[in-house]
Design a binder for this molecule. Sequence first.
Ligand code: NAP
Length: 304
Amino acid sequence: MSGAWINGSVVLIGAKGMLGGELASVLRDRLGDRADQLLHRFDLDLNICDARAVSAKLTALKPSVVINAAAYTNVDGCESDEAQALAVNATGVENLAAACVAVDATLVHIGTDFVFDGTSTRPYRPDDAVNPLSAYGRTKLAGEQALLASGCRYLLVRTSWLFGLLGKNFVEAILARAESGSPLTVVTDQVGCPTLACDLAEAIAALLDAGATGTVHFCNAESCTWHGFATEIVRLGGFDVAVAAMTSDALDRPAVRPAYSVLDTTSFTKWTGTTPRPWRDALADYMGQRQTRRVSAESIGRVP
Ligand SMILES: NC(=O)c1ccc[n+]([C@@H]2O[C@H](COP(=O)([O-])OP(=O)(O)OC[C@H]3O[C@@H](n4cnc5c(N)ncnc54)[C@H](OP(=O)(O)O)[C@@H]3O)[C@@H](O)[C@H]2O)c1
């Protein structure tokens, strides 16, 4: 185990999610044979909207670190269910932060590129002005604000365009369409950085090793459009399928997405001395691992 952060136990919330599942693996590796004793994983069995339950659990476990990978992540769903999204993405964070203050734990929380409005002409830095365009972005921003207002010792890691084997994700959606021979049409007017969930999980552990606090941006390096991402997925999947281009307006989804949400990861490099790898390398790894890891994920019921 490296780093001085695990002096007590670690509580991981949202452990069955796409990122949470990867964090569970990374933390288990870090803790080695002490993992059973020190790592406490929760998902919907600890509803973060229930302040009393959160307080009672953290008071009993007295963790040194709490990692919150739970969220209401259905971006379009948030538009018609903003109250519930706010409960999870803001009140849930407020509850965790208050309980962390009471037990003197550090709260690691995950933020999103969707707090930005996409009008920047350079990658977004942690202290750039926020202006969310969607209900999801507003509720996630409210969570950030609750975290900062709590006085809690925190690490806020904003990320973007997550894909991983343990959740519904864009890569599998594109591969499924390509396999079925369905036409593929993908938007060209949103630019961002795809980020492999297990790279983010490792990055969070590295930030904890470095004693990082405050707000940090992490995503895989180099940017693309969703169309560019899909084209590479199809190529690596070995399909001879054309990917047609469309605009976000034509797609007409309920939530407005930022046209540009590339994150500047200098803050991550300052803390860890490392730089994220390009998303193409991460995608190539994902494609290589998806067969073997999918079998083990299926055996524990985590494949969507
Ligand atoms: N996915 C992305 O592209 C993306 C991009 C930027 C930032 N992020 C952020 O990254 C973090 C992880 O995202 P993810 O995609 O891994 O999320 P995810 O796969 O949707 O996982 C979230 C987990 O939280 C659980 N959960 C929901 N409400 C809860 C509650 N009230 N109490 C306890 N657990 C609850 C969910 O359970 P159920 O599934 O059963 O509801 C799920 O297991 C989130 O903070 C998200 O906002 C994600």
